[in-house]
Design a protein around this ligand. Structure first.
Ligand SMILES: [Zn+2]
Ligand SMILES: [Zn+2]
Length: 301
């Protein structure tokens, strides 16, 4: 493992207007993730797991295409959220509509064939759960207590992601604004799964990628995405790889979050590449630095 220390003051100075929010796109968000999972699965030790995750992402994509209308915040509630710098679809307080429970059933049914035997058992078990039981598991997943049912948690998370991505896209960019919590998603108040340094029109800009609703929000580089410190930020990577995925660690709060560099690999996907780089989490674990944001599919803490 290698570490590079970046000194304070080496922050980016981007020219012109910076797009603060990048919302997920209905036609490509889960489709691109599925494609990336398939690509990563080809020559990976965890190939079977990643290939199964591709099937789940396919099912998420299908569910998102025909997601029914669900209640959304009124214009006045959105205005109040903007005024007070609060995320309007906060994951822990938003009153979920039962539609998302149907999405769990749809995703499990679609990913059942070809699923590993333990997953098939879980799928059958989820099929017998009531909405109340699913709601209880959803609370646990969103509260970071997936241990309540480790096997079912990824399916619950997959459906919750579809539900939140749908609400986010339906409300659209103008519904959201900066909040008072730059380390949490301005749409749903969840922590980021990774951050990503973009290319193209946003070349060199770093965005935090929401673990639940897929929204990306801008944060300057070489700044801790957890506590905003700019001192003692270090980058850890796995020696010998192409450096597309690093762990950005902060001395101040003792946490890290992975950062992905699209100029090193244009096909990177925050959720898929985070799971595929589990080896880096294992190395970081040895340093004693704690991971700050969750991957809702990472059930082995
Ligand atoms: Zn979010
Ligand atoms: Zn920090």
């Amino acid at each position: 493992m290698t570490a590079t220390i970046i000194q304070p003051g080496q922050l980016e100075a981007p020219a012109g207007e910076i797009t603060f929010l990048r919302l997920p796109a209905r036609d490509s968000f889960f489709k691109d993730r599925a494609e990336r999972f398939r690509q990563l699965a080809r020559e990976h030790k965890m190939g079977k797991f990643l290939a199964f995750m591709a099937r789940i992402a396919d099912a998420q994509h299908a569910a998102l295409q025909h997601f029914p209308q669900v209640p959304l915040p009124e214009a006045s509630e959105l205005a109040r959220s903007r005024e007070h710098g609060m995320p309007p679809l906060a994951a822990r307080s938003w009153k979920r509509h039962a539609t998302w429970c149907d999405t769990v059933r749809e995703i499990t049914a679609a990913s059942a064939s070809g699923a590993p035997t333990p997953a098939q058992e879980t799928i059958a078990r989820i099929g017998n759960m009531t909405n109340e039981e699913l709601e209880k598991l959803a609370d646990a997943v969103l509260d970071g207590h997936a241990e309540l049912d480790l096997a079912a948690a990824p399916f619950i998370a997959a459906a919750l992601q579809v539900y939140w991505v749908h609400m986010t896209i339906t409300l659209g960019n103008t519904a959201f604004a900066r909040t008072d919590m730059p380390n949490l998603c301005p749409v749903c108040a969840s922590a980021p799964v990774t951050s990503i340094v973009r290319i193209g029109s946003e070349h060199g800009l770093r965005y935090l990628h929401c673990s639940l609703c897929g929204t990306e929000w801008h944060m300057v580089r070489t700044k801790c995405s957890n506590c905003e410190s700019t001192k003692g930020i270090a980058y850890y990577g796995i020696e010998g790889d192409k450096g597309a995925v690093k762990a950005e660690a902060c001395e101040e709060c003792g946490s890290y979050l992975k950062i992905l560099y699209l100029d090193k690999d244009p096909y990177l996907d925050p959720t898929a590449d985070d799971l595929a780089s589990l080896a880096l989490d294992i190395l970081m674990d040895e340093t004693g630095i704690q991971r700050s944001g969750p991957n809702l599919f990472l059930i082995a803490p």
